[in-house]
Design a protein around this ligand. Structure first.
Ligand SMILES: Cc1ncc(COP(=O)(O)O)c(C=O)c1O
Ligand SMILES: N[C@@H](CCOP(=O)(O)O)C(=O)O
Length: 451
C-alpha cells in the first residue's frame, strides 16, 4: 500500500490497486465539516435527533464520511460498553482502576464485525450490489448474514473451512439465511477462493480486504475514547487474526491526530495465538516494518515460502484467529508504526485462562478475545506495560459464540482441549454431578453456603 499512487471513484467495486496492494480510504478533510472537538459527538447519544445516532458507529459519521445519509445501512450496531474491571486488572498485574474491557459482544451478531459490516453493507448498497460474500472463521459470516437477512438488500454467500467454525457462529449464518459453502480447507484457503469467486462473478466481497469495512471498525476506538471521557489510554490491546481491527485502530488514531482531535496516540499491542503467529514472527523475528507503505516484499515472500514448505496450517483453539496469512499485514504494520506498537503471541492455555478471568469478573467473551487479556498480562510481566498504565483490552466476541471450548475448559476435558497441544484448565468450574435426591443436593449446597 504505497502512499497515494492511485485513486479510484467511490462507485467502483475493488479491493486492490493495480499493484495488488489493498486500497485505503482517504478523505479531503479540508472539505468536510468535522466537529471541532470529540465532545460534540457525545450529545448525539443523549439527543438522538437523527435515527443514525442510534448506531454506535454512525453517530461518528463525520469521521468516515463516504456515504450519503439516505444510503446508510444500520441495524443498531455499536451499542457496546467499556467496563473498568479490577478482577481482570489484578490478574494481569495492573493497578486497580487501570484496566478496561471494551466488550464488542453486545453487537447484534455478537462480535465486533458489525462495526465494519454496517459500513461495507452501506457501500454495497451505494454500488447496487445484490449479492455479497465472505470467507469466515464464523463471526464475519454471522455478521454479513444478519445484515443481508434483516435488510433484505442482498443475498449472502459464505465460505467456511471444514471443522473450523464454532457451532454458535455457524448456526447464525444458517439461521440468517446465508448460502453456506463448507470447503475442504481452512480459513486461508476459503479466503483465497472467495476472492477469486467475487472477482470473476462480480460479487461484492465483505471481508476485511474491503476498505469500507475497516472505516466502520474505526468507531470501536471512538467509543473507547468516549468511555474514557475523551482521554487517551496508554494501551490498546487487541487479538490479531486477519489484522483488520488493528489496522482500523491505527488509522483511527492517525486521523484523529491529523485532525487535532487528540493530542497523543496510545500504544497498540497486537496479540496472536501461538499457533497462528505470522505477524509475531515477521515483526519480532524478521524485523518487518511499514517503511512508508513498502515493507520488504522479499522478506514476506520468503517467509510464506518457508511456511508452505512446512505445511503452514494455523492451529489454535481460538478458531477466530486461526489465520496464518493475514491479508491486512501491511496496513497493520502502518498501525504499529503510528502507535509505537508491539506484537506478542500467547499459548492456547494463556488465552483460555485469560478468557476464564473475563468470564469470572466481567461479561465473558469467546476464546480469541481472551488473547487480549493474556497479552496484557504477558506485556506487564515483561515490564512493557507498567502497573500504573491505563490499558484497554478489546473483547472482540460474545461469550456464547464457542460454548464447546468453554465447557471443555471448565470441565477439565484435557482431551478436547489438546487439539493443538496440552492445555491445563486452571480455573475450572465444572458442573457438579449430584444424585436426583433432595438431601444429597442440600449437602452439596451447604458446602458452598458458607463462602
Ligand atoms: C472474535 C474475534 N476476535 C479477533 C479476530 C481477529 O480480528 P482481526 O482479523 O481484525 O485481526 C476475529 C476475526 O478475525 C474474531 O472473530
Ligand atoms: N475471524 C474472522 C476472520 C475473517 O476476517 P475478516 O476480518 O477478513 O472478515 C471471521 O470471523 O471470519
Amino acid at each position: 500500500m504505497p502512499e497515494n499512487t492511485e485513486t479510484y471513484s467511490l462507485s467502483e467495486v475493488r479491493t486492490n490497486g493495480t499493484n495488488g496492494d489493498l486500497l485505503d480510504i482517504r478523505y479531503d478533510w479540508d472539505k468536510i465539516p468535522v466537529p471541532s472537538s470529540l465532545k460534540e459527538f457525545e450529545k448525539r447519544w443523549s439527543t438522538r435527533n437523527n435515527p443514525l445516532d442510534y448506531s454506535g458507529v454512525w453517530r461518528f459519521r463525520e469521521l468516515f464520511p463516504f456515504a450519503p445519509e439516505n444510503q446508510i445501512v444500520t441495524i443498531g450496531e455499536g451499542q457496546t460498553v467499556l467496563q473498568q474491571n479490577d478482577g481482570v486488572a489484578k490478574y494481569a498485574g495492573i493497578n486497580s482502576g487501570g484496566l478496561y474491557l471494551q466488550y464488542e459482544g453486545m453487537n447484534p451478531s455478537g462480535s465486533f464485525k458489525d462495526n465494519g459490516m454496517t459500513a461495507a453493507s452501506t457501500h454495497a448498497r451505494m454500488v447496487g450490489a445484490k449479492f455479497t460474500a465472505c470467507a469466515s472463521t464464523g463471526n464475519t459470516s454471522a455478521s454479513l448474514a444478519i445484515y443481508g437477512g434483516i435488510t433484505g438488500l442482498f443475498q449472502v454467500l459464505v465460505f467456511v473451512g471444514s471443522g473450523k467454525i464454532a457451532y454458535g457462529k455457524l448456526s447464525q449464518a444458517l439461521d440468517y439465511g446465508a448460502v453456506t459453502l463448507q470447503i475442504d480447507g481452512d480459513f486461508d484457503d476459503a479466503l483465497k477462493q472467495v476472492r477469486r469467486v467475487c472477482d470473476q462473478a462480480g460479487i461484492y466481497l465483505c471481508n476485511s480486504v474491503n476498505p469500507f469495512r475497516l472505516e466502520g471498525q474505526k468507531s470501536i476506538m471512538y467509543r473507547v475514547l468516549e468511555g474514557l471521557g475523551w482521554e487517551v489510554p496508554d494501551w490498546i490491546v487487541v487479538p490479531g487474526g486477519n489484522l483488520g481491527n488493528s489496522s482500523a485502530f491505527g488509522k483511527a488514531f492517525m486521523e484523529l491526530k491529523e485532525l487535532g482531535l487528540i493530542d497523543r496516540i496510545p500504544r497498540l499491542a497486537v496479540i496472536n495465538a501461538a499457533g497462528a503467529s505470522t505477524l509475531t514472527r515477521m515483526y519480532n523475528d524478521e524485523g518487518l516494518r511499514w517503511n512508508d507503505g513498502k515493507p520488504d516484499q522479499n522478506l514476506i515472500a520468503e517467509y510464506f515460502r518457508r511456511m508452505d514448505e512446512q505445511d503452514g496450517r494455523a492451529g489454535t483453539l481460538a478458531s477466530a484467529i486461526e489465520i496464518n496469512r493475514p491479508v491486512n499485514l501491511t496496513k497493520c504494520l502502518r498501525a504499529l508504526s503510528v502507535c509505537d506498537g508491539v506484537v506478542r503471541d500467547v499459548s492456547d492455555e494463556e488465552i483460555l485462562d485469560g478468557k476464564a478471568q473475563v468470564g469470572r469478573h466481567g461479561f465473558g467473551c469467546e476464546p480469541a478475545s481472551g488473547a487480549s487479556v493474556a497479552g496484557a498480562k504477558l506485556l506487564r510481566e515483561q515490564g512493557i506495560i507498567a502497573p500504573s498504565d491505563r490499558v484497554v483490552c478489546i473483547l472482540t466476541g460474545h461469550q456464547l459464540k464457542d460454548p464447546t471450548v468453554t465447557v471443555a475448559y471448565h470441565s477439565g476435558d484435557r482431551e478436547a482441549l489438546a487439539k493443538h497441544g496440552a492445555v491445563e484448565p486452571h480455573f475450572g468450574n465444572a458442573p457438579i454431578r449430584v444424585d436426583n435426591d433432595f438431601d444429597k443436593i442440600m449437602e452439596v449446597i451447604e458446602q458452598y453456603s458458607g463462602e
